[in-house]
Ligand binder design. Structure first.
Ligand code: FES
Ligand SMILES: [Fe+2]
Length: 349
C-alpha cells in the first residue's frame, strides 16, 4: 500500500500555531498536528481511544506548563507523548485504582526544519520504535525559509502522482504554454543520473535550451533529486544563488494524494518577478499535471495492464524498484541496497 519506516512531509511550520490543532489524513490515518506551549511540534493519531471522536476537535490546554489535548467528547486529556493524563469522570478512588499510563494515543515522531514538519511513519505495531534514518534536509543555505507554497490534490494513488510528476515524455503535451516552451521545441535529450540515498539524482547539468525561463537566469545549473517516499527537489543554481523547488507527494489515502510545492530562493530573478506571477506559473504547471492524472483515473478504473518503456519511463521503474528495495530492507533487516545504477538516459521531449 504505502512505504513505511520513512519520514513523510506532514505540514508546514507556518500551519502550526501554539495551542491549536491541525487535522490531516496521511496514509489513510487521521493525524493531529499541534505545537506545544514551548513551540515544539507534535503529532498524535487523531482518534480518541475512548470512543473514537477526533481529538483535534478539542482544546490544546496548558496544565502547569504541560500541553495536554482535551477530548471534546468526555474530556479525557492526553499529553503530547500520547499518554493519558486525566479522565474527569473518575471519582478519586476510581482514579486511584486505575493506571492511566496504560491508556495511550499513538504518537508520531516529528521533526521540524527549513519551514517543514516531517512525520515518521512506521507500521502501527512498530509505533514506539525510534526512527531508523535521519529526516530529509534540503541542500539550501541555513536559515532559508519558504518564499512560496502551492497546494494541490490529485485524485489518485500516490504512485500515479509520483510517476506522473517525474515522467519527462508528458511535458510537451501537458505543459504547452507560450512562456515555457512550444511543441516545436521538442528535441532529443541525454541526461546523466546517479543513485543518492533512497533515490536518484538527475545530476547537475545546464538545462536544455528549450526553456525560455531558464535562459533568463544566466547560465544556471540544475539538479533534480528524487527520494522515497515521494520527495522531489529541483535545485537551480546560478552565480552562487539558488532557486529551489521542493515537491512533497504525500498519500492522503488510497485515492487521494496531497501535492505541496515549497519554493525557496535568493536568486535575483524571482525577486523582481511579482510573487503572484510565480505562484500562477507553478499553479498552472501542477494543475496541468493534476488534470492529466485525474483524467487517467477514468481509464485506470478498468484496471488495464500498463507499460513502462525505455528510457522515458526509467525513472518510474526506479521508483518502483526503490520501493521494493526499501520493503526488502524492512522485512529482512539487511542494509538498504539502492537499485539505481549510474546511467545516461535518452528521450525526446
Ligand atoms: S470519546 Fe474521547 S473522552 Fe470519550
Ligand atoms: Fe508535469
Amino acid at each position: 500500500m504505502f512505504v513505511k519506516d520513512l519520514w513523510y512531509f506532514g505540514a508546514l511550520s507556518s500551519e502550526l500555531k501554539p495551542g491549536q490543532h491541525l487535522h490531516r489524513e496521511l496514509l489513510g490515518q487521521p493525524v493531529l498536528f499541534g505545537r506545544d506551549h514551548d513551540g515544539k511540534a507534535y503529532a498524535l493519531k487523531d482518534i480518541c481511544p475512548h470512543r473514537g471522536i477526533l481529538l483535534s476537535g478539542g482544546e490544546a490546554q496548558n496544565h502547569d506548563g504541560e500541553t495536554q489535548v482535551e477530548c471534546p467528547y468526555h474530556g479525557w486529556r492526553f499529553r503530547t507523548d500520547g499518554s493519558c493524563a486525566a479522565i474527569p469522570s473518575l471519582t478519586a478512588d476510581q482514579a486511584e485504582a486505575m493506571d492511566l499510563t496504560r491508556i495511550r494515543v499513538r504518537r508520531f515522531p516529528v521533526h521540524e526544519d527549513q519551514g517543514l514538519i516531517w512525520i515518521w511513519y512506521a507500521d502501527e505495531d512498530q509505533a514506539d520504535t525510534a526512527p531508523s534514518i535521519d529526516p530529509p534536509k534540503l541542500d539550501i543555505p541555513e536559515g532559508h525559509k519558504p518564499k512560496l507554497v502551492v497546494h494541490d490534490i490529485f485524485n489518485c494513488h500516490v504512485d500515479h502522482a509520483v510517476i506522473g510528476l517525474m515522467d519527462p515524455a508528458h511535458i510537451p503535451y501537458i505543459h504547452r504554454q507560450w512562456w515555457w516552451r512550444s511543441a516545436k521545441s521538442v528535441h532529443e535529450k541525454t541526461k546523466k543520473f546517479g543513485p543518492v540515498e533512497r533515490g536518484f539524482s538527475m545530476l547537475p547539468h545546464v538545462p536544455s535550451k528549450n526553456s525560455y525561463l531558464y535562459s533568463l537566469m544566466g547560465e544556471p545549473q540544475t539538479e533534480i533529486r528524487f527520494q522515497l517516499p515521494g520527495l522531489r527537489t529541483e535545485y537551480v543554481k546560478a552565480g552562487g544563488k539558488h532557486f529551489t523547488g521542493f515537491t512533497a507527494v504525500t498519500p492522503t489515502n488510497e485515492n487521494s494524494t496531497a501535492i505541496t510545492i515549497v519554493v525557496y530562493w535568493d536568486h535575483w530573478l524571482p525577486t523582481i518577478v511579482p510573487n503572484p506571477l510565480i505562484r500562477k506559473g507553478i499553479e498552472t504547471f501542477v494543475g496541468q499535471d493534476r488534470d492529466a492524472v485525474n483524467a487517467q483515473q477514468v481509464g485506470l478504473a478498468y484496471d488495464p495492464k500498463l507499460m513502462l518503456i525505455h528510457d522515458s519511463d526509467v525513472q518510474a521503474k526506479w521508483y518502483f524498484a526503490l520501493k521494493r528495495a526499501w520493503d526488502k530492507h524492512r522485512e529482512t533487516g539487511e542494509p538498504f541496497k539502492n537499485p539505481v545504477r549510474a546511467s545516461e538516459l535518452r528521450w525526446r521531449s
